[in-house]
Design a protein around this ligand. Structure first.
Ligand SMILES: [Zn+2]
Length: 290
C-alpha cells in the first residue's frame, strides 16, 4: 500500500478505488506476487483487466476467479471497498468500534454493519480471511468445552453433553478441521443451531462435506449447500476410527495455538496495523496433520 490511509476519510477515498482494493488484497493474499488458481493451484493465470478477475489456463469449472474467492467476503453482496474500510476502522481504532459507527461510516444499515463486524472478528480470532473446504473436501465439526473435551468425560456425562444444547459451567469451543488441511477454532456462546451454523457458514465453503455428531443443532446444513453426514463421535472415539484423527490432533494442537497466538500478537505492531492484521490472518496457519 503506497499511500497508506491515515484517517477514516482517507481510507474511504482510498478504498473507493477498486484498483486499490484489488492491489491491497493481492498483496496480502499472494505476497510474493504469484497468483495461484484456487481450484488447481496453477501459477500462471491470466489477469482479465476489464473484469478484474483471473482466468486459469487449465479448463475446469470456476476457471475464472476473483480476489474474493474462498474468502469471508465471497458470499457477501457487500463490496470489497466497504469490507476493507470496516477492517481499517477495526484495526485503527484503539478503543474499539461499534456496528453503529461502521454503519454510519459506510452508509450501510446497522444490521449489515453488525454482520461485517461479527465476521471480521471471527476472522481475527482464527487469523484467516480464507474459508476452509470446497467441493470434494471433507470437513469435520465438533465442539468441546474449555477444560473438558467431550471424549475425556465419563460415558454418561458425555452422552448428556452430546445430546444437550448448551452448558452452564464452561465455554463452548468449536473445532473445524478440514481433512488433510487446516484447522479452525471458534469460541461459540452456546451449542444452539444459530451459533454453530453461523460459524460453519463463516468458515467453510458451501459444497464441502461436513461431518458432525448427532446434535440437533446441525440439522438443516443441507439447506445451506453443504453435504452433511452424521458421525457418532461418542462411539467412534472408543473405536479409534480413522476419521477422528483430525479432531484428536486438533484438540491437542488447540492449546498450543493459544500460546502461538499470544506470541504472535506481540510482533504485529508493524507500521501499517491494517496490513499486519490482514496478513497475519492469511499466514498464521497450522495443520491438522502436524
Ligand atoms: Zn486452475
Amino acid at each position: 500500500m503506497s499511500a497508506k490511509p491515515k484517517t477514516l476519510q482517507q481510507a474511504v477515498i482510498y478504498f473507493a478505488n477498486p484498483e486499490n482494493c484489488l492491489n491491497f488484497m493481492v498483496k496480502v493474499r499472494w505476497p510474493d506476487g504469484v497468483v495461484i488458481c484456487p481450484t488447481c493451484e496453477r501459477e500462471d493465470a491470466v489477469f482479465l483487466k476489464n473484469q478484474g478477475k483471473w482466468q486459469c489456463k487449465s479448463v475446469h469449472p470456476k476457471r475464472q476467479f476473483s480476489v474474493k474467492i474462498g474468502t469471508i467476503f465471497e458470499d457477501s453482496p457487500i463490496g470489497l471497498d466497504k469490507w476493507l474500510i470496516a477492517i481499517w476502522m477495526i484495526s485503527n481504532c484503539k478503543n474499539g468500534v461499534s456496528s453503529y459507527e461502521i454503519g454510519r461510516a459506510l452508509g450501510v444499515t446497522q444490521k449489515s454493519a453488525w454482520f461485517m463486524l461479527h465476521r471480521i472478528r471471527l476472522a481475527m480470532q482464527v487469523r484467516s480471511f480464507l474459508k476452509l473446504g470446497g467441493h470434494g473436501s471433507e470437513v469435520e465439526v465438533d465442539e468441546t468445552f474449555v477444560g473438558g473435551a467431550a471424549r475425556f468425560m465419563h460415558a454418561d456425562k458425555r452422552k448428556r453433553r452430546i445430546t444437550e444444547t448448551g452448558t452452564k459451567d464452561k465455554t463452548a469451543v468449536m473445532g473445524i478441521p478440514e481433512r488433510g488441511g487446516e484447522v479452525r477454532a471458534a469460541v461459540v456462546g452456546n451449542r444452539k443451531k444459530h451459533a454453530l451454523q453461523t460459524n460453519i457458514r463463516a468458515h467453510v465453503k458451501a459444497g464441502s462435506a461436513i461431518y458432525t455428531d448427532a446434535l440437533m443443532s446441525y440439522q438443516g446444513l443441507k439447506g445451506h449447500g453443504f453435504e452433511h453426514q452424521v458421525v457418532d463421535h461418542a462411539e467412534s472415539y472408543v473405536d479409534g476410527q480413522v476419521h477422528t484423527n483430525g479432531l484428536e490432533n486438533f484438540w491437542s494442537l488447540f492449546k498450543r495455538q493459544a500460546t502461538l497466538t499470544s506470541k504472535y500478537s506481540a510482533t504485529t505492531s508493524a507500521s501499517c496495523p491494517m496490513m499486519a492484521l490482514v496478513s497475519s490472518m492469511l499466514h498464521h496457519r497450522f495443520s491438522a496433520s502436524a
